[in-house]
Design a protein around this ligand. Sequence first.
Ligand code: ATP
Ligand code: MN
Length: 477
Amino acid sequence: MEYQRISEIMGLDAQDQKVGVRGWVRTFRANRFIALNDGSTQSNLQCVVDFEQMDESILKKINTGTALALEGKLVPSQGKGQSLEIQVESLEVLGESDPESYPIQPKKHSLEFLREKAHLRVRTATFSAIMRIRSVLSFAVHEFFQTKGFVYVNTPIITGSDAEGAGEMFRVSNLDPKNPPLDDDGNIDYKQDFFGKETHLTVSGQLEAETFAMGLGNVYTFGPTFRAENSNTTRHLAEFWMIEPEMAFYQLEDNMDLAEEFIRYVLKKVLDNCSEDLQILDKRLADEDKTKPQNERSPMGLIEKISFVVNNTFKRVSYTEAIDILRQSKPNKKKKFQFPIDAWGADLQSEHERYLVEKHFECPVILYDYPAEIKAFYMRMNPDGKTVRAMDILFPGIGEIVGGSQREERLEVLQERMQAMDVDPEELWWYLDLRRFGSAPHSGFGLGFERLVLFATGMSNIRDVIPFPRTPQNASF
Ligand code: ATP
Ligand code: MN
């Protein structure tokens, strides 16, 4: 027998033809109706067994979670809820599932409960939808850049420089933790470590991507990134995936244009390719919203929200304008912000970003030209000597989704900035070389993939959009 995926079968004309299918039982009703799912689509295939014909011992083994292979006739369905069904002629139990102990029952489970069962949660409607959308988004990322002629580069995961992530990096070492070699000052002697120096997991592939942009023109990375920040929020993971395009000869405006086009493109792919999954998640969000107080409910449904972003341009606002808006804002005057805004130069917290996006502009916002003090050393200094060519994209419900900038391509200015910000020029000699040999204006940005998936799925906790989340105190599975 040839087996077909349920997604294929759903597209067939039911004409009593023989089909074979394999999957897992979602529900089994009245000793007769199996709702079978094989992960290829949100839809379950109804498979009708004739319990009078079937061996009692086999019937008993058909429970939620059981893996089955079956074949039968594909016929138009009499019942409502589906247009076709299989009249089962033969059925084989591939793997039993004990109904008493199988955690994924056909009822509503909380997201917290399912996080504890992360190895099984993908068998639910919600999580299979999220993971299929995640996959469509990944493919769309590559498609977008590949059709534009960008080169995909794999930057190192183990890095010898801590220029960017001081304090929030995971160390990579194979020294004996109980008895590490010490130097004369009694400090751990990393010269004797595997790489002959201290090494860490990367927090960003940007600096290496810049070297490639300066030869290949336009490049992008899409890989894992690690941050040991102890911020137990719904938007931070210790291990997440980042997309980092880097473009030679791009100014900040070109960078913003590309980021905007990119986000719209990948979200449109989800609208075009994931409508069944979106409907499930749209409904989930609407149900969740009903349990919230009126003022915390989302003003739009999921599909509406994604369509809004796909069809509208983002609002571009300078940091200075944003600070004025925030200073004058109601929550600031009423001291409702946890971090009140009183002066130019303040770093924006998530509460401020969300106020701008959700309350003030009611659309995605690109903030640009931030104070140099609160941004990284590599961002290009503006003629005012105070602000740098940075841009962050802020999204409703999420806050920052993209952080980017035009890079400082002038050697002397970069050296000054490194000194001012205490970044070791010796360690980044290769990065400075880019400014010595054929330096050119260039720009890039980093987009946190899971934050994009959060937006596209309407989920509210980043732990629910990555297969196995790594967060403080948690690296199970
Ligand atoms: P935030 O202020 O939200 O911590 P950031 O300023 O540290 O973000 P960048 O260093 O600019 O972020 O990283 C680029 C992008 O990577 C961010 O815009 C965000 O989408 C994503 N990102 C950053 N940190 C995390 C994290 N811990 N987990 C998931 N995504 C992250
Ligand atoms: Mn951060």
